[in-house]
Design a protein. Structure first.
Length: 133
């Protein structure tokens, strides 16, 4: 009658450690990807908010208060990275506001572009301003 030892072999330990290592590496990659996508989404939301504020300022200026010869207009904008309250870590961007005549009134296009550690990014908002007089 043979006696068998109970327990795990060194091969089983090595294989289980390799499996655990692959799972851990995959989870760490997913975490870093999620953090990067969260930062990118925050930058895009900030750019859209800046563009929306520009459109709202044009709407509040009244239809007759818009001078087409002043457009396209280029401004420098800051996109807050959210890392600190300090403005030195903000991302510089460019906002180009264009206005053109359309049959309903004025077509306003606001294009905000910036470059961050994800590469060149851009958000574009378009709206129409009409006069109901």
């Amino acid at each position: 009658m043979k006696s068998y030892r109970k327990g795990i072999t060194i091969i089983e330990v090595v294989v289980s450690m390799m499996i655990a290592g692959f799972v851990l590496v995959g989870m760490l990659q997913l975490y870093s990807l999620g953090a990067a996508q969260s930062n990118l989404a925050r930058h895009k939301v900030m750019a859209v908010n800046i563009a929306q504020a520009e459109i709202e300022s044009l709407v509040s200026a009244t239809y007759e208060g818009i001078t087409l010869s002043n457009y396209p207009m280029t401004k420098t904008v800051k996109i807050d990275t959210g890392k600190t309250d300090n403005a030195s870590d903000d991302i510089n961007g460019t906002m180009i506001t264009s206005i053109s005549n359309v049959s309903e009134g004025y077509k306003v296009t606001v294009d905000i572009s910036w470059t961050d550690y994800y590469g060149a990014m851009s958000e574009v908002l378009t709206s129409t301003i009409t006069s109901y007089l």
